[in-house]
Design a binder for this molecule. Structure first.
Ligand code: ZN
Length: 392
């Protein structure tokens, strides 16, 4: 069981929370942790010792004395230990190292040709992680020794079976179906590797960074594809297999219903994803090659592109209205490259209000994911940190 699977109440004063209080500066001593958690000093000491022995916390000199022995200050090690993170997209990957508090140490964006297949793409990205960690890869195919690296988190732009780390029937990822990402990477790095889909990582990264006080949240990732990640009772909700939040093949009202890569027609992905907008514009004779071109047209007020963006926003709003009525989140946030597309956002918002119960929308926050391009690697790092802390 990972700590992510524990009920939220059980996390009060749990190792992850203790670590986070120190990382954020809310606590600098065992006494602070005892006060914040309500746990006895001896329980806090025990947990702190366990975290120190795992290299997740360190003593950082003596604090100010209040008469007795000067308390030893605690800190999250920033010097050595890092986690690696990969947020793979259709055309680019964001690769980074983050410290154990989830702060980005180094990050860069690399072009990716997803059609080169999983071995080539993941091999190159793991080699990049090794370079960022500071050690040259031990072999040409991206193998690396553990050293300072505590784990690697990887986000995949397609469905991932959570229990196995295997990719299942992804769209637009030829050669990746059934690929065991976790096993492939485990053969190349000597640390835990955790794989999840990109929308889940965005949800986790955005929730931990911007909304950690909220228990129920839905994050839509709208880029080349479209998906969502769900935070329920404060933790990432994956469902039985890992497909929770995958709204890409929910059917929306569209006439004519465009064919989808899954074999059905009228799926949200076939109407409202970046790839769908590119296809629809081309069919209307607009020479656009990628999502960047579509976004440029929308920003320039192009009539056809703007109409398609509005239609996409309505489609997202339709599906989201079902989700909001059913799940009653406190916040719905949209991220990904289409999140900056104003006509899409406006019609999504309008549809959502029109189709939802007043009780569901009364205090609902509808906003953009504010974290920026590192949100995915931040989520990936938190997955790894949770795993490492739970193991400690
Ligand atoms: Zn479909």
């Amino acid at each position: 069981m990972t700590i992510d699977d524990a009920p939220r109440d059980a996390l009060r004063g749990g190792p992850r929370e203790l670590l986070r209080w120190v990382a954020t500066g809310a606590a600098v001593s065992r006494a602070d942790l005892s006060r914040l958690s309500g746990l006895s000093p001896s329980t806090v000491s025990q947990r702190v010792e366990a975290l120190i022995s795992q290299g997740l916390l360190e003593e950082a000199g003596a604090g100010r004395s209040r008469g007795g022995r000067r308390p030893r200050q605690l800190a999250v090690p920033t010097g050595g230990a890092v986690v690696g993170a990969i947020d793979l997209g259709a055309h680019h990957a964001r690769v980074g190292t983050l410290d154990l508090s989830g702060r980005v140490v180094k990050a860069r964006t690399l072009p990716v040709r997803i059609e080169d297949g999983p071995e080539a793409v993941l091999g190159a990205l793991l080699a990049e992680v090794a370079t960022l960690v500071g050690g040259a890869p031990a072999t040409g195919d991206g193998a690396m020794a553990a050293g300072a690296l505590r784990g690697v988190g990887i986000g995949i732009p397609g469905p991932v079976q959570h229990s196995t780390g295997r990719i299942v029937s992804p769209s637009r990822m030829p050669g990746w179906n059934g690929f065991d990402v976790a096993a492939f990477c485990a053969g190349r790095v000597d640390v835990p590797v955790i794989v999840d889909n990109d929308a889940n990582l965005m949800a986790l990264g955005a929730h931990r960074t911007a909304h950690s006080e909220l228990d129920h949240a839905v994050y839509i990732k709208a880029g080349t594809g479209i998906g969502s990640g769900v935070i329920a009772s404060g933790r990432l909700h994956r469902g039985a297999q890992g497909s929770a939040g995958d709204i890409s093949h929910c059917r929306v009202v569209a006439d004519p219903a465009p064919p989808c890569t899954c074999g059905n027609a009228g799926c949200l992905e076939a109407v409202a994803s970046g790839a769908a907008l590119v296809t629809a514009l081309r069919e209307q004779g607009v020479p656009v090659s990628d999502l960047t071109g579509v976004i440029r047209l929308i920003d320039d007020g192009d009539r056809q592109a703007t109409a398609l963006a509005r239609q996409a926003g309505r489609a997202v709003g339709e599906i989201l209205a079902v989700v909001v009525n059913f799940f009653n989140p406190q916040v719905v946030a949209i991220g990904g490259r289409l999140a900056d597309c104003e006509p899409l956002l406006a019609s999504m918002r309008a549809t959502l209000y029109e189709r939802c119960l007043p009780l569901a929308t009364q205090t609902l926050l509808i906003e953009r994911v504010a974290v920026g391009q590192d949100v995915g690697i931040t989520g990936a790092a938190h997955l790894v940190i949770d795993h490492v802390v739970a193991a400690a």
